[in-house]
Write a protein that binds this ligand. Structure first.
Ligand SMILES: Nc1ncnc2c1ncn2[C@@H]1O[C@H](COP(=O)(O)OP(=O)(O)O)[C@@H](O)[C@H]1O
Ligand SMILES: [Mg+2]
Length: 243
């Protein structure tokens, strides 16, 4: 479904993504893991074409994403969240969700009319996330955890087939973590494909079909969670980064 072919991206001498190759299958959950600065977010930014790649190819089915503008990528059915939660705190939760129906990523200048259709969609998503009563609340009054859930909600508003999540559970408590795991598995069972960047190894090992490990811009391993857990190179990349 998604295929990264020798993708390379550098910033003023820093090789953030260095000849990366991997493929993900439809209907699976894959985790992209690796130490801070490994290049994970940059790779997401290349997939969603926030940055052009210097060389290589990125395919979504037969489409070359690396040759496509960002808004077209959203329309193809690819949704993503950002590592830093981006919300408009003075608007209501429903309004924040509706903002994401129209043009996808980056198209936040105008609030689309809250039509019956997108209000129903927002309600359905809040129901799914277990926050059905929050629609009229100001975004700014929500807790950190509720905002993390809504991050996932905003991605779902465009009804994507491929969902890219940058640290969807970072900083959340254990109960919410279990809740997020449950939602992600439900989405997979509905036929969605998920690629997530995640530091929480419990979450990664519990829900991933495939784990892709990045270190210093390179993919150093890919495999089933049980294989990755005993991979010596992976262990070294983590231990090395903590020293
Ligand atoms: N816009 C940018 N300009 C310059 N350097 C960047 C930019 N984005 C990321 N980098 C650098 O690329 C490397 C990988 O960063 P990033 O993709 O954020 O890593 P990760 O998400 O794995 O923690 C880091 O060295 C980071 O400083
Ligand atoms: Mg990152």
């Amino acid at each position: 479904m998604l295929k990264i072919n020798n993708a390379t991206k550098s910033f003023a001498g820093i090789l953030a993504v260095n000849s990366c190759n991997f493929e993900i299958e439809q209907g699976t959950i894959s985790a992209l893991i690796g130490p801070n600065g490994a290049g994970k977010t940059t790779l997401f930014n290349c997939i969603s074409r926030i940055y052009p790649i210097d060389s290589g190819e990125i395919f979504y089915w037969d489409h070359r994403l690396d040759l496509m503008p960002t808004y077209k990528i959203a329309r193809l059915g690819i949704g993503r969240s950002f590592q830093i939660t981006r919300t408009l705190d003075h608007l209501s939760v429903t309004e924040n969700l509706v903002l994401h129906t129209a043009g996808g990523i980056g198209n936040h200048l105008l609030l689309p009319a809250i039509t019956r259709e997108n209000k129903l969609k927002a309600d359905e998503i809040m129901e799914f996330l277990g926050i059905a009563s929050l629609g009229e609340m100001d975004m700014g009054s929500l807790s950190f955890g509720q905002k993390k859930l809504l991050d996932l909600g905003t991605v779902l508003m465009a009804d994507p087939d491929l969902i890219l999540l940058d640290e969807p559970a970072a900083g959340v408590n254990l109960r919410l973590l279990e809740d997020i795991i449950d939602k992600l598995v439900t989405l997979k069972n509905q036929g969605k494909t998920i690629l997530l960047i995640e530091h929480n190894m419990d979450l990664v090992m519990e829900i991933s079909d495939e784990v892709i490990v990045m270190s210093a811009g390179e993919i150093i391993a890919q495999g089933k969670p049980t294989e990755i857990q005993k991979n010596a190179e992976v262990l070294e990349a983590y231990l090395g980064s903590e020293a």
